[in-house]
Design a protein. Structure first.
Length: 143
C-alpha cells in the first residue's frame, strides 16, 4: 500500500514535473487522487495504514506546490479527496463482496462521474486560480 499510494505517486509527480520543465511546459497541471482519509482518521483498525498513506499524499501535494512556487513556474498541482465512491474498492481491499455492495447502497456514495466532474472543474479554472485540495463526500457520510 505504501509503494502504490506514496512511492509511485511521488515518482510519477517528480517525472511529470521534470518532463514539463524539459519540454518548456509552464502551464501544466498535476492532479493527485487522494482521499478524505488524507484529512482525518477513521475509527476502523484496518484503515489506519491507508489513512497514513493518504496523509502523506496530502503533505506531498503541499510540498510540491511550495517547490513549484519557489521555482517560479506556473505549473499547478491539485488533489481530489473524495469520500466513499461507488466502486469495487472495498471488495478489492479485502471486504466480502456482499459487505462492500451493502455499504455502497447504505451510504449513498459518490459516483465515479462526480469525481470526473471535479477533475474537469479543477482543470477549467483560469490561470490565476489553483484549487489545491478539493474535498468531497456523500451528503450522508457520517465521518
Amino acid at each position: 500500500m505504501l509503494d502504490l499510494n506514496v512511492v509511485a505517486l511521488c515518482l510519477c509527480t517528480r517525472e511529470a514535473v521534470a518532463s514539463m520543465q524539459e519540454h518548456g511546459t509552464d502551464d501544466g497541471h498535476i492532479i493527485h487522487m487522494n482521499s478524505i482519509s488524507g484529512h482525518l482518521v477513521y475509527p476502523f483498525l484496518r484503515n489506519h495504514l491507508y489513512s497514513i498513506t493518504k496523509h502523506m499524499v496530502t503533505a506531498h501535494t503541499e510540498a510540491v506546490r511550495q517547490a513549484l512556487r519557489k521555482g517560479n513556474t506556473n505549473i499547478k498541482i491539485s488533489a481530489i479527496s473524495p469520500g466513499m465512491v461507488a466502486t469495487d474498492f472495498g471488495f478489492r481491499s479485502g471486504m466480502r463482496k456482499e459487505e462492500s455492495e451493502k455499504m455502497i447502497q447504505e451510504r449513498a456514495c459518490l459516483q465515479p462521474e462526480d469525481v470526473t466532474e471535479s477533475v474537469i472543474h479543477i482543470l477549467s479554472r483560469p490561470p490565476h486560480v489553483q484549487i489545491h485540495d478539493l474535498i468531497m463526500r456523500p451528503t450522508k457520510e457520517k465521518h
